[in-house]
Design a protein around this ligand. Structure first.
Ligand SMILES: Cc1ncc(COP(=O)(O)O)c(C=O)c1O
Length: 336
């Protein structure tokens, strides 16, 4: 609905520094369907698509389903870090990235790398697919605008979703495409079965236009901020010695890198689940066979009441201590 496209373009301009008008905004059934559309419309079977490694498995699934050749590009503490060899040997058509809060590690792509990525993508004729899934929630540091708005002709397709700001079952997201891609995307969509729920879209447009969405965001930002603070405090007290925290400045999850290399994150995640705490292993987000070097845990905190955060961290600390004891024993055994 045009009203929703207008409202989204106004919201993105004001809150994410995205440069667009409503004609560039396409409403979809969420990021997953945006990714499928990107793969179908802007690449051909056999083309190369880069994905952060570790990365978002939803992107991997969408690109593989479109028969793209996926290449996992390493992520370090400053975000995705392609080498000159990657640009030369694995020249991409699509580059999927989560620069504002890398999924799953939570790292932020620094400005030098953002500008280099845009320049190199232009030179390679590649399109950057910027998934800005949770950056309405930023708790510290200066505002971090989207890459899409960094330069007027940045070759960026910007993806957003209401899954985090509202709720996932709404199944509503959006793509903002460069002006020259508006017609190609429109003609692909015209050949597909009609989709989209008019009543939901009009209600959402009203919610954005009348200012309630902004109020809701501010309220949720405050709530998630205080949950995050409680979590950081509990982590520091209980397991600060075992882990390095990444990605706590934004979003609704953070990651813990395990300092002891002999701890296996999938084993810790399974033991935590047995004890009643859901955490995800970073190594389970591998997008390539190439090892990514992240051994740790992803912790979501938006849905956990402050009152139970410390108790959950205490359980996780028990799991980690038990695992450290086993590692310690086996190290002593190997010394004997
Ligand atoms: C990296 C990333 N992007 C996007 C989404 C949202 O996807 P969707 O809009 O399909 O619900 C998620 C949800 O978990 C995510 O982790």
């Amino acid at each position: 609905m045009p009203a929703l496209r207008e409202a989204i373009s106004a919201h993105l301009g004001a809150s994410r520094g995205v440069r667009c008008d409503a004609s560039q905004v396409f409403v979809t059934s969420g990021t997953q369907s945006s990714l499928e559309l990107c793969a179908r419309t802007f690449a051909d079977a056999g083309d190369t698509a880069w994905i952060e490694n570790p990365g978002y498995l939803g992107a991997l699934t969408a690109f593989r389903a479109a028969q793209l050749r996926t290449v996992g590009i390493p992520v370090d503490a400053s975000g995705i870090n392609p080498s000159a060899v990657d640009w030369h040997r694995n020249k991409p058509k699509l580059i999927y990235i989560t620069p504002s809060h890398q999924y799953p590690t939570g790292t932020v792509l620094d400005m030098t790398r953002r500008l280099a990525m845009i320049a190199n993508a232009k030179a390679a004729g590649a399109l950057i697919v910027e998934d800005d899934y949770d950056s309405e929630f930023r708790y510290e540091g200066p505002p971090l605008p989207a890459m899409q708005g960094l330069s007027r002709d940045a070759p960026v397709i910007y993806l957003g979703t209401f899954s985090k700001t509202m709720f996932p079952a709404l199944r509503t997201g959006y793509m903002v495409v460069p002006l020259n891609l508006v017609e190609p995307l429109r003609s692909v969509l015209a050949r597909m079965a009609p989709h989209g729920r008019v009543a939901d879209q009009l209600a959402l447009a009203d919610f954005l236009r009348c200012g309630q969405f902004g109020l809701h965001l501010r309220r949720m930002r405050r709530l998630y901020h205080s949950r995050r603070d409680v979590l950081l405090e509990a982590l520091q007290q209980e397991i600060g010695e075992f882990v390095t925290v990444h990605g706590s400045s934004a979003g609704i999850h953070l990651s813990l890198q395990l300092r002891e290399a002999q701890l296996v994150d999938t084993v810790i995640a399974a033991a935590a689940l047995d004890a009643g705490v859901v955490v995800r292993a970073l190594s389970a987000h591998a997008t390539a066979l190439r090892p990514h070097g992240w051994n740790g845990l992803l912790l979501g905190y938006s849905q956990v009441h402050e009152a139970s955060i410390a108790a959950n961290v205490h359980i996780l600390a028990g799991v980690l201590r038990a695992a450290m004891t086993i590692v310690g024993r086996s190290q002593q055994g190997s010394l004997v």
